[in-house]
Design a protein around this ligand. Sequence first.
Ligand code: AHG
Ligand code: MN
Ligand code: MN
Length: 394
Amino acid sequence: MSHKCPKYEDVLLSFFLPIKSLNESVLKITLWKIFSIAMHSSAIIKQLNIGVKSLMTRSNIMKTLGQFIVEKQAEYPNAKGELSGILSSIRLVAKIIHRDINRAGLTNNIIGGSGVENVQGEAQMKLDLFAHNTMKQALISREEVAGFASEEEENIVIFDTERGRNAKYVILTDPLDGSSNIDVNVAVGTIFSIYRRISPVGTPVTLEDFLQPGHRQVAAGYIVYGSSTMLVYTTGNGVNGFTYDPSLGVFCLSHENLQIPQDGRIYSINEGQYLKFPQGVKKYIKYCQEVDTETHRPYASRYIGSLVSDFHRNMLKGGIYIYPSATNYPNGKLRLLYEGNPMAFLAEQAGGKATDGYTRILDIQPTELHERVPLFIGSKEMVNKAEEFMQESV
Ligand code: AHG
Ligand code: MN
Ligand code: MN
């Protein structure tokens, strides 16, 4: 490696040199070493971002999300390309939010609270609103959906243009999941869920189009903005994950046909709320903590506080995520339409399971746009076990 000093070293030196006791050449070497380590680490993380094994190189061209969408559409000769168009809009949204999250620390336009509360009385972060508007504008500008609902907006948004009235799909979103983690550089996500409308095409959509049980979803997915940005989605035929290569601006198929391990050793729950949990959940937590070599207990407790990130980790490694009811949250905290249903669709499509402790999430008939639901989701064996404790404690 060349030891030629880059410009930013000179900038940093100017901060240290006024301290007279410091020797300039020692300082230069030390700083250069720090830069080298930082640059190396960053390069390694960027390699990880696009999967070292499947790096997009001249000799290994990976399938891109765009190509994948086109190929999938070709499998349905009658498809008019609307769903493909919506997925392309979401891909664009993912790139925009990725870009802005990556410079969140550099501008106070992005981090911090917006000073208002959302319809659920939760503090809205600037990035919540930013992500919400980005999603809404991307869908409006391409006119591929008939209507839109978001965790950050009280009512449904009807796309009442000629194309909107003739569109077949509605989309629901949690535009920024785990937003309280933004200010501290921790992974967050975007969740989306797509349904075919039930009202007649050619008319404006109605609330009923959005209040469909989750098993009617046509597609669902999330974007996780972590050490790499990944878009993971299903159209009801398995789950595929695409890792973003920022240098090329493309999502590459890095995780084909994702499967959640049937059993796992990670449980994710906000244990600080333990005393407020139902008896079945308390017993399940104790079960996770008991020592039993045959079942590899105690399990590891891992809780990021971003559903998308916790779910994503558990999907790859095996585990269970629980946000149960609690004395202060009678139906849990997570929202059925924006969080529960899309994640449940993904979990089932990857061979996992999602329930509210008793009932399959995807079978719940929603009655309100912003309703909440307790969520037990992840590896099938673990969810079954947690359900056993819930049912025994009724
Ligand atoms: P959102 O940022 O969309 O409101 O979602 C936050 C959710 C979920 O992502 C996370 O797992 C959970 O809230 C964390 O809640 P607690 O802080 O109560 O554990
Ligand atoms: Mn959320
Ligand atoms: Mn959110």
